[in-house]
Write a protein that binds this ligand. Structure first.
Ligand code: A2P
Length: 343
């Protein structure tokens, strides 16, 4: 496997966004070695100052950047949307950078590994030079951190998922819109509905991604295609219903699993108790289970409501409920954990 120079020169593309800012915070928190840092955003943000390790840095416009100017960048962390990734990630790679891309642009590209370090770190072994690595969709990351250890031990044949997704998945402006609706409600003012086109506060609606002829939206389809790719399984069956709920930054998911063999609640609990990146929150007596507010700002996927599913015969079904920070493990943290593998 290739190694980054240590310390590497780092670029964040989308540095002013919800994920970009979290990437900066996580680089600091985890003492990620950084020789020098460049911050890219849209022309609107040129001159915006962002502090990193007590140093005030200035954002550059990506679109004014010449290819030659990219040659000194060792690691590029992208979170500026699919269109920007499609156009710019190959340019950074061709200039010599290792790219970790948070968008969906390269997730199906066989040349670009799709990786969650707790799930399929071996997919990185084949890389021997500059490359683009795809960060999976946030709902898929959170689900697979919890479910992969169960899959490896018991064999997941089918998963039925219902997600409860936070505003953050649609970016910083979507979080701002939800907050502004809360202020507007309190002040009896009209709501700003630019991002979602509707009242979000006190509401729940189907995920805002494109819906296909089969009635599934893109978010739901990603859970199937990305899980199959990371598990290297063409047979696992998945059906999902993805909706937005008015939480700010942590997603929740209800997962119903059907296994290849009989299992028990205690086997599932034991596997989850040893699963990296998972913290069990499952206090039936106190009715304390994973909640988005408890997951927000943390690294762990919180897992609870662990129980057998009696609708599946022969003890082959189980159900659980999880919450994870969409901006951190669902995006920024996973990208940086991937990068850490190359240090
Ligand atoms: P900007 O703040 O200048 O618009 P989020 O997902 O939170 O909405 O963040 C999206 C990120 O992508 C922001 O940092 C945003 O920068 C950046 N971005 C949007 N359009 C471009 C562009 N044309 N070139 C570079 N960065 C962009």
């Amino acid at each position: 496997m290739m190694r980054l120079p240590n310390p590497p020169t780092v670029a964040i593309i989308g540095a002013t966004g919800a994920v970009g800012r979290e990437m900066l915070a996580i680089l600091e928190e985890r003492s990620f070695p950084v020789r020098s840092l460049r911050l890219f955003a849209s022309p609107r943000s040129v001159g915006t100052r962002i502090t990193f390790r007590n140093e005030s840095m200035t954002c550059e416009a990506l679109e004014n950047t010449a290819a030659a100017d990219l040659s000194s960048i060792n690691l590029a962390l992208f979170s500026a949307g699919k269109g920007i990734s499609k156009e710019w990630a190959p340019r950074f790679r061709d200039a010599g950078a290792l790219v970790v891309d948070n968008s969906s642009a390269f997730r199906a590209d066989p040349a670009c590994p799709l990786v969650v370090p707790e799930v399929n770190p071996h997919a990185l072994d084949a890389l021997h030079g500059p490359a683009i690595i795809a960060n999976p969709n946030c709902s898929t990351i959170l689900a697979l951190v919890a479910v992969t250890p169960l899959h490896r031990a018991i064999g997941v044949e089918r998963m039925v998922a219902a997600t409860y997704q936070a505003a953050s998945g649609a970016g910083a402006s979507a979080m701002a819109e939800l907050e502004s609706q809360a202020h507007a409600f309190a002040a009896n003012q009209p709501f700003d509905t630019r991002i979602f086109g509707r009242q979000y506060l006190f509401n729940v609606f189907s995920h805002n991604s494109a819906i296909g002829d089969d009635g599934y939206n893109e978010e739901e389809r990603k859970l199937l295609t990305e899980t199959r790719r990371m598990w290297e399984s063409s047979t696992v069956r998945i059906s999902a219903t993805c909706v937005r709920v008015p939480t700010l930054r942590a997603h929740a998911e209800a997962l119903h699993l059907e296994f290849a063999r009989a299992t028990s609640e205690s086997e599932i609990r034991t596997l989850l108790a040893h699963a990296p990146g998972v913290r069990i929150v499952d206090d039936r007596a106190a009715n304390r289970f994973p909640e988005p507010l408890d997951a927000a700002g943390g690294d762990d996927v919180l897992v609870g409501r662990i129980r057998m599913d009696p609708s599946v015969p022969n003890d082959r079904g189980a159900a659980l409920f999880l919450c994870g920070d969409q901006i951190r493990k669902g995006a920024a943290l996973n990208a940086i954990q991937i990068a850490e593998r190359f240090l």
